[in-house]
Design a protein around this ligand. Structure first.
Ligand SMILES: NC(=O)C1=CN([C@@H]2O[C@H](COP(=O)(O)OP(=O)(O)OC[C@H]3O[C@@H](n4cnc5c(N)ncnc54)[C@H](O)[C@@H]3O)[C@@H](O)[C@H]2O)C=CC1
Ligand SMILES: O=C(O)/C=C/C=C(\O)C(=O)O
Length: 492
């Protein structure tokens, strides 16, 4: 059997050559494919191809023409749904239902949503009137940034890639994307889809490799890059910010989280427990929005803990296409080592794993996979390391609280600021506490309910800027404000 080769995609062509690295299946440790690592020359040629595309017909496309091509991309994603599904499942090991309902579905939705937005976007304009009667018309023309570097992680590979590529293209940019070294396949397949949908060559380019000393660094330091959008770890965000600094290039970052859930005694407990289970364990806890800290009001603490433990114990680890599977492996052995180090820290720092806390016994054919058990801790102090640092696994610490003010203080006592959820039977309290969260996103009686027009991102270590709706249109464009004097004479 020949091993599949995942190639760099530059100027509408798949490139031959390059040193290869293994793409490993996290379900069983087998090698899925070999990936061509892009050297600096390949990355520069991808940036050059993007620049050339901007100088060609693409640079003259109207917003409606761009929207039309984006709708064809969405259709083609739907037609090739099963190919993308297989790519995403192979690379991540996530359960089929999750990949189907969340990852691949969102890819076409991202293109449709931003096609609609750009087709109906207006321009900011002001009629300016001075006390002496002079008048002017100000309007801001929005132009593309140029070449945008898109760097994304492995947890929701296609969803996060298209969440950035769709608005970038909608605004008339050309992109060079660097998918995670762990999940190279769907971004590469998307290259074929872009071509089939009629996107001009060079508008979408893919380079493969790692971060430091590899394609990630080469891309963020490339001369022709005009803006960088990144999702991933906070410390990587700092590194990329330094790379962007010399030329003061705009950045948009969606980084890590240490998200809290606040469960009040007046909550519908059954609903809260079901929602919390989803928020802690979806995608094996590998979503930046996942809850890792649960603060529970004292009168209902024992009941919520028991409910969560029951739900966590009912999760089924297994193969992606097995209908019983609810939970896949972690992305890699390296990431599992990180998660396991928090299992140890939790024990040393006084926590008790009331569920999980170890590697599961898996059947022989899955023994080399990156499995860990869903894990819940009680007894951890609010300032212990598993409660302060992002673990990015299927874990949460459960801590009791007394008053609303105490809960708000504990939830906000973190360097991160991405997402929070508030569970309460009182709409007033939900509104009040939801608004007091120092986070970019705050959910009340739900988790991960998305409207693609709303601002998405975080504060502090969780990121810089917001994407979504007009926020994305603003990031991916550079305005020129035109001021037209409407008075008859030029006056000072
Ligand atoms: N959305 C989030 O909040 C995510 C957080 N993480 C956290 O980050 C930890 C590390 O996971 P990684 O995949 O290594 O995340 P990462 O932040 O290092 O990688 C994300 C992307 O950035 C690239 N990258 C890394 N270093 C770079 C550099 N110096 N310049 C340019 N690009 C660079 C990677 O190749 C990848 O495409 C995980 O254990 C997890 O805790 C990981 C993925 C997503
Ligand atoms: O729904 C989205 O747009 C994004 C969700 C998740 C992340 O951004 C992440 O895990 O990084």
């Amino acid at each position: 059997m020949t091993t599949q080769l995942i190639r760099n995609f530059v100027g509408g062509e798949f490139l031959e050559g390059g040193t290869g690295f293994d793409n490993v299946n996290p379900v069983d440790g087998s090698v899925l494919s070999v990936v061509s690592e892009a050297d600096r020359g390949i990355v520069d040629s991808a940036v050059g191809a993007a620049q050339k595309a901007l100088e060609g017909p693409w640079g003259r496309y109207t917003a409606n023409q761009r929207a039309a091509v984006m709708r064809r991309i969405a259709e083609r994603i739907e037609e090739r749904f099963d190919d993308l599904l297989a790519a995403e499942i192979g690379d991540t090991g996530k359960p089929e239902a999750l990949a189907r309902d969340l990852d691949v579905s969102r890819a076409s939705l991202n293109f449709r949503a931003f096609a609609d937005m750009i087709a109906s976007a207006g321009v900011d304009s002001y009629l300016t009137e001075f006390p002496d009667g002079r008048r002017a018309l100000n309007y801001a023309l929005r132009k593309p940034l140029g070449v945008v570097a898109v760097i994304v992680p492995w947890n929701l590979p296609l969803l996060l890639l298209t969440w950035k590529v769709a608005p970038a293209i909608a605004c008339g940019n050309a992109v060079v994307v660097k998918p995670s070294e762990e999940t190279p396949t769907s971004a590469t397949l998307l290259g074929e889809i872009m071509k089939e949908a009629g996107l001009p060559d060079g508008v979408y380019n893919v380079v493969h490799g790692f971060g430091a000393g590899s394609a990630g660094e080469f891309l963020t330091t490339a001369d022709g890059v005009d803006g960088i959008t990144f999702t991933g770890e906070s410390s990587t965000g700092s590194t990329i910010m330094r790379a962007a600094a010399p030329k003061v290039r705009p950045v948009s970052f969606e980084l890590g989280g240490k998200n809290a859930a606040l469960v009040f005694a007046d909550a519908n407990i059954e609903r809260a427990v079901a929602g919390l289970t989803r928020s802690i364990f979806t995608n094996t806890g590998q979503v930046c929005l996942c809850t890792e800290r649960v603060y529970i009001q004292l009168p209902i603490f024992d009941e919520v803990v028991a409910g969560l433990a029951e739900h966590a114990n009912s999760l089924v680890l297994g193969k992606p296409f097995d209908k019983r599977t609810t939970t896949g492996p972690l992305i890699s052995q390296k990431h599992r080592d990180k998660v396991l180090s928090y299992f140890e820290k939790a024990e040393v720092e006084g926590g008790t794993a009331i569920v999980g806390g170890r590697i599961p016994d898996m059947p022989t054919d899955l023994a080399q996979g990156s499995w860990v058990l869903p894990t819940l801790w009680t007894g951890l102090a609010h300032n212990s390391s598993p409660m302060r640092e992002e673990v990015f696994g299927p874990v949460a610490g459960l801590i009791p609280f007394d008053t609303e003010d105490e809960a708000v203080r504990l939830a906000n006592d973190t360097q991160y600021g991405l997402a929070a959820s508030v569970w309460t039977g009182s709409l007033e309290r939900g509104h009040r506490v939801g608004g007091r969260m120092k986070t970019g996103i705050s959910w009340v009686n739900t988790w991960y309910m998305r409207d693609l027009r709303s601002p998405f991102g975080g504060t502090g270590l969780s990121g810089i800027g917001r994407e979504g709706g007009t926020n994305s249109l603003h990031f991916y464009t550079d305005p020129t404000n035109v001021c037209i004097n409407l008075s008859e004479e030029e006056t000072i």
